[in-house]
Ligand binder design. Structure first.
Ligand code: ATP
Length: 352
């Protein structure tokens, strides 16, 4: 299939009890890519995975794998394995036997089973734990066993449905790095589901932002963070200031009562737009040195930075800075051209 596409979802629609969960959903996933489906609860992420795995058949549309229509193929005939949030391990078996299970079902020679299982156990960092009962292991260790058990079948594609959701924050961060490493070492395509934007930004080659059964934006983490296509994506991927503005000319925008140089072009003259400015991209300066002037309403220490709310001409700005200003202080704000992101207004998009 062209461009290395391994999984293609073509015009997939799914309804449950008359409620449309996926609506004419199309997506190409490339071989060896780490793709994350990201969106709020109920947006259709798990449903998408189940369709790829073959646990659910869509009402309409096709699933292609390597260019072949697999829409009616049962799960065990697809070159796909799934890792769930709940590890679903066999409690009465030790680590080795849990991982070996799939290969033994396939009746592979025991010597081959031993070699492959040992390699996978080492890959997930559990060497030395082969004989441990899985019930005596921590959540993070059990998830490693579940990952090894899925990888041992050498799937072309691994589906991961919120696999770190049950782990505490510190462990989750460790496992994020680990999973990325495993994906790079095995060269298997990972399709990962999460509602955690930071997790998606950390691990993915490509992020698919979903809402209400539709794709809002597809892109690299940098694209999605720096150039959100609409207010939903901007808000979902981190905190944002979103204001109405007017694009007077190429590279020239007005918002918050002031005029700014930006890096965007190609809009109609005086087109109404939405402007996104990230809180960490606003520089606080002395009032007379600011492009905008405001009054600090509140200051909260967030660990790495202070979060300040600054009132300016009726708009409350969110500003992140490592230096704090006291509530009541007059401040100036500076926003550079690169820090201003222009979005087409939703009503314009429908009309274009
Ligand atoms: P979460 O992050 O909460 O898991 P999600 O994005 O994975 O959410 P899905 O599990 O795909 O969302 O569900 C999308 C919608 O479809 C939800 O409203 C859910 O209640 C509904 N849904 C999913 N499976 C079924 C089913 N078997 N029967 C009825 N409704 C379902």
């Amino acid at each position: 299939m062209e461009n290395n596409v391994i999984v293609r979802l073509e015009n997939i629609s799914v309804s449950f009890d008359g409620e449309e969960v996926l609506n004419d959903f199309s997506l190409d996933i490339h071989d060896r890519e780490f793709v994350t489906l990201l969106g709020p609860s109920g947006c259709g992420k798990t449903t998408t995975l189940r369709i790829i795995a073959g646990f659910l058949y869509p009402d309409s549309g096709r699933v292609l794998f390597d260019g072949r229509n697999i829409s009616s193929l049962p799960p065990h005939k697809r070159e796909v394995n799934t890792v769930f949030q709940r590890y679903a391990l066999f409690p009465h078996l030790n680590v080795f036997d849990n991982v070996a299970f799939g290969l033994r079902v396939k009746k592979l020679p025991e010597a081959e089973v031993k070699q492959t299982v040992s390699e996978m156990i080492e890959m997930v960092g559990l060497k030395g734990f082969e004989n441990r009962r899985v019930t005596s292991m921590s959540g993070g260790q059990q998830q490693r066993v579940a990952i090894a058990r899925a990888l041992v079948n050498s799937p072309r594609v691994l589906l991961l449905d919120e696999p770190l959701g049950a782990l505490d924050l510190k462990l989750r961060k460790e496992m994020q790095t680990e999973l990325k490493r495993i994906q790079q070492r095995t060269n298997i395509t990972f399709i990962y589901v999460t509602h955690d934007q930071e997790e998606a930004l950390t691990m993915s080659d490509t992020i698919v932002v979903m809402q209400g059964g539709k794709i809002q934006q597809i892109g690299s983490p940098q694209d999605i963070y720096n150039e959100p296509k609409n207010a939903f994506v901007a808000n979902f991927i981190g905190e944002s200031n979103i204001l109405n503005g007017v694009m007077h000319d190429d590279y020239f925008v007005e918002f918050a009562g002031a005029k700014f140089t930006c890096v965007d072009k190609g809009f109609r003259q005086d087109q109404e737009v939405q402007v996104v400015v990230r809180p960490e991209d606003i520089k606080l300066v002395a009032p007379d040195a600011g492009m905008l002037n405001g009054i600090v309403k509140s200051t909260v220490f967030k660990g790495v930075h202070y979060e300040m709310l600054v009132e300016q001409a009726g708009y409350t700005w969110k500003v992140h800075s490592t230096a704090s200003e006291q509530p009541g202080a007059q401040v100036g704000m500076v926003i550079g051209p690169d820090e201003i992101h222009i979005m087409v207004k939703p009503e314009d998009k429908a009309g274009d």
